[in-house]
Design a protein around this ligand. Structure first.
Ligand SMILES: [Zn+2]
Length: 495
């Protein structure tokens, strides 16, 4: 199989995207029972007859989940249904003990909305097909195989703690005309959605824990044509950067198939983070395969217009308005702001500024030190292991002269390695800049006597040669000296 180069693929084909994002709500209890939704508990300790699908058990709708669904719909400019029902989606899977999932089918609670994403200064309008409520499934753990998938596994373990956790599935309309930017638009959309859901306070939106999951649909059509090609659906891409990379790969793969005279097969595909490719999963079911029918155990939901308007009043500011506001507050240039947006660092910087750092210093750390570590580890900024509060604390230590930027990098390293708070890391690693004038003076004396030629240069008026002596002193002090004070001392002693 040939995979085309990205540029070749784009020259011949026009990508069309469709993004399905599943978000786990942060309700205290599950969608249809009172079990806890807390993440990370011992397997099968947060279960009951309802979420285990035992015969005779009856579901009851979680009102808070409906409220969150309506707020998400409103924030995405959707129409909120005056009346809607749940539906049974029938299929067998061991992590779904009822053999059907309670979902919504042709009567979603929210539909026909839109939102906007900003990429490199350009605004893309994304249509929202629907946002509907459903329940999450349990979790399977396949043991013994190489890939962690069921093929080749010795046995499988099932954890039903997640079974019945409320989910909202947000489905876009086909996203067209993004051309070569398609992968970045996909990433920008999921980033915007993550920030919006966080601002709504309806989910903890942690992709690495699966509370925000993205399935990316990609199809290609020859440039200049309008009929959609056959699409594939890449499942459960679990970081923002993977969204971009999976879409990009799928464009080059499908282009290779089409250019070779083949046909793209409608199927789900799995994204492999390590090898950066997708592989075939199951051939995609159609809606008929699921034999949807209205859920007879639940009453319809008919949110009153008064309630909907009450909820509308609780919405956070729209993403575009927020970008405009913070951009003005922070005083960033357009270019700086673009970099911040494309790095998905808006919320992180906002939280760091709220914790006391200046906007420029917050931007500096998130876009350099932390971005570099995220890249190296192949994760998103939030997954590096340092919080906005810790970033502000580290910058505070720089501001009060305890450390400098260079030493701060070692503090980041210690914080990420779980050695404690920034202050604790500075103490444990003995990183604080030395204010001991005696030690400093001794180091300066030593540098002067070891470098007579440099001293001569300085005496003859070549003040820039001071840099070499400062470097020598800083080396002796293991970087833990105030360079400006070192310079003063050198000039005092020579002059
Ligand atoms: Zn339960």
């Amino acid at each position: 199989m040939t995979v085309l180069l990205y540029e070749e693929a784009l020259a011949a084909y026009d990508p069309v995207l469709g993004l399905e994002v599943h978000v786990e709500l942060n309700t205290i209890s599950k969608m249809f029972c009172g079990c806890s939704t807390a993440f990370g508990a011992e397997p099968n300790t947060q279960v009951c007859a309802v979420c285990l699908g035992l015969p005779g058990s009856l579901p009851v709708v979680n009102a808070k989940a409906v409220e969150s669904a309506i707020r998400i719909g409103l924030a995405l400019n959707c129409t909120i249904a005056e009346w809607c029902r749940f539906a049974r989606k029938n299929y067998f899977y061991p992590d779904m003990p009822k053999n059907y999932q309670i979902s919504q089918y042709d009567e979603p609670i929210a539909y026909d909305g839109w939102t906007e994403v900003v990429l490199d200064g350009e605004t893309y309008r994304i249509g929202i097909e629907r946002a509907h409520m459903e329940e999450d499934t349990g979790k399977s753990l396949h043991v013994g195989g190489v890939t962690g998938r069921i093929h080749g596994a010795d046995y499988s373990l099932l954890d039903y703690n997640r079974s019945g956790v409320p989910l909202i599935e947000i489905v876009t309309k086909p996203i067209e005309a993004t051309r070569a930017e398609a992968p970045q638009v996909a990433r920008a959309y999921v980033t915007m959605l993550r920030d919006l859901l966080r601002a709504l306070d309806v989910s903890d939106v942690r992709m690495e824990q699966g509370s925000l999951r993205c399935d990316a649909n990609v199809s290609l059509r020859p440039v200049g044509t309008t009929t959609f090609g056959t699409r594939t659906e890449t499942k459960n891409v679990n970081s923002l950067r993977s969204v971009e990379r999976a879409v990009r790969y799928e464009i080059t793969r499908q282009a290779g198939v089409l250019a070779g005279g083949g046909r793209v097969i409608q199927e789900t595909r799995h994204w492999h983070e390590d090898s950066s490719i997708t592989t075939a999963g199951r051939s995609k079911e159609t809606a008929e395969d699921y034999r949807y029918f209205p859920e007879p155990d639940l009453v319809p939901i008919a949110p009153s217009r008064d309630w909907v308007e009450e909820l509308r009043a609780t919405l956070p500011e729209p993403p575009a308005a927020k970008l405009k506001r913070v951009s003005a507050e922070w005083g960033f240039t357009d270019l700086e702001m673009r970099d911040v947006i494309s790095a998905g660092a808006v919320d992180a910087i906002e939280a760091t500024v709220a914790a006391g750092a200046s906007p420029q210093s917050a931007r500096k750390w998130w876009l350099t030190e932390i971005a570099r570590r995220a890249n190296e580890a192949g994760v998103d900024l939030e997954q590096v292991g340092v919080t906005p509060h810790q970033v502000a604390e580290i910058q505070g230590l720089v501001d009060n002269g305890t450390i400098n930027d260079k030493l701060a990098r070692q503090v980041f390293e210690g914080v990420i390695a779980d050695e404690g708070s920034p202050v604790e890391v500075v103490a444990a690693r003995k990183l604080a800049i030395v204010f001991d004038e005696g030690a400093l003076a001794a180091a300066v004396d030593e540098a002067i006597s070891a470098n007579p030629d440099i001293v001569d240069k300085i005496k003859s008026g070549k003040v820039q040669a001071t840099g070499a002596l400062i470097g020598s002193v800083m080396k002796q002090m293991r970087g833990q000296a105030n360079a400006a004070r070192v310079r003063e001392l050198i000039l005092e002693k020579i002059g």
